[in-house]
Design a protein. Structure first.
Length: 297
């Protein structure tokens, strides 16, 4: 559907719940930085409403959606076309509406993996090549991370999950999707409780920090390691606190991943690359702006 030539291009983040999302703040900053005329809103949807709310948004002229919990897997099935990384991960976090004159269609991407790798290697400066990586979790976030990590030339990747069968299933699915790179990378799966071997990089892709739990594995595993918690918060996450208390070399939360995945989505939509680091540097301001928005009467 065509929109008025004077209307702003519309984007949104769809999720359930979505009211605490930082995405509108990130994209407003990117738009301001790059001089792009666009609007980015929160798009709440009931648990069973993803398809109808997304379809209505695009029918009304929406140009693109970010997709968050719990709809990433459903979004992969919704899109008319998905790029390889999204197909392998079985999860889409960015949808682009392509206004093809003969037949408009939706394209699905997964920018979470790119965001994670950029934050770890470029913002934090932690190398991944030849490193022993321990990835905790086997949910949606771990899927995107695994696909991206497989292309980084790691020496080994151990996927550990509370429910071992989910980790095994994920590795089987990636093998079936031929997502594993041709590079020699040793892949292991383990139950969280059995992880004892030290790693160079430990990435927490579980939601345990949300429930106030940091001690997922034996403390000796993180001694000297670079530890990354995908969860982010305005205060140190439980996992980061626990890792540093157990001798981790350094620890970071996942705000940089969020900002980098948003920057990649912005680039896919607008063909202009924003300065993600400049936005990441405003960490306190991002959380304060969200607090002000959430507390608005
Ligand atoms: P999910 O699909 O619900 O998966 C949750 C994972 O956490 C599962 O592997 C689950 O294990 C594990 N888990 C939950 N509670 C646990 C506990 N108490 N002890 C041990 N393991 C536990 O969630 P998700 O979408 O993958 O998200 C995971 C985390 O990543 C969340 O904190 C989310 O906020 C974060 N995330 C951040 C970004 C970013 O941009 N920074 C992007 C995506 C996600 P079982 O399989 O055994 O249940």
């Amino acid at each position: 559907m065509s929109t008025s030539r004077y209307a702003l291009d519309r984007y949104a983040v769809i999720g359930h719940p979505v009211d605490h999302s930082l995405s509108p703040i990130l994209h407003a900053s990117f738009a301001q930085q790059t001089g792009q005329r666009m609007r980015y809103d929160l798009l709440p949807a009931g648990r069973t409403e993803f398809r109808s709310v997304a379809a209505e948004f695009f029918a009304a002229g929406g140009r693109g959606l970010n997709v968050t919990i719990p709809f990433k897997e459903e979004a992969a099935g919704y899109c008319d076309e998905t790029v390889d990384s999204a197909r392998s991960a079985g999860a889409v976090n960015t949808i682009r509406y392509v206004d093809d004159a003969s037949k408009p269609f939706t394209q699905g991407f997964n920018t979470d993996g790119v965001g994670l790798i950029r934050d770890i290697t470029e913002n934090l400066g932690w190398p991944l090549r030849d490193q022993h990586v321990l990835l905790l979790g086997a949910g949606g976030a771990a899927r995107g991370a695994m696909v991206a990590l497989l292309a980084q030339g790691c020496a080994s990747i151990t996927l550990a999950n509370r429910t071992l069968s989910r980790a095994q299933q994920l590795v089987r699915e990636l093998a079936a999707a031929e997502a594993q790179s041709s590079a020699e990378v040793v892949i292991r799966t383990q139950a969280l409780a059995r992880v004892v071997e030290p790693a160079d990089i430990v990435i927490n892709a579980t939601s345990a920090s949300l429930a106030g739990k940091g001690d997922l594995i034996a403390g000796s595993v993180v001694a000297g390691a670079n530890c990354y918690d995908m969860l982010y918060a305005d205060t140190q996450t439980h996992f980061c606190k626990w890792a540093l208390a157990n001798g981790a070399g350094s620890a970071s939360d996942g705000l940089g991943m969020l900002v980098e995945q948003a920057a990649e989505a912005f680039y896919l939509w607008r063909k202009v690359r924003p300065d993600a680091r400049a936005v990441l540097a405003q960490r306190k301001g991002l959380f304060q702006t969200r607090k002000d928005r959430v507390e608005q009467p």
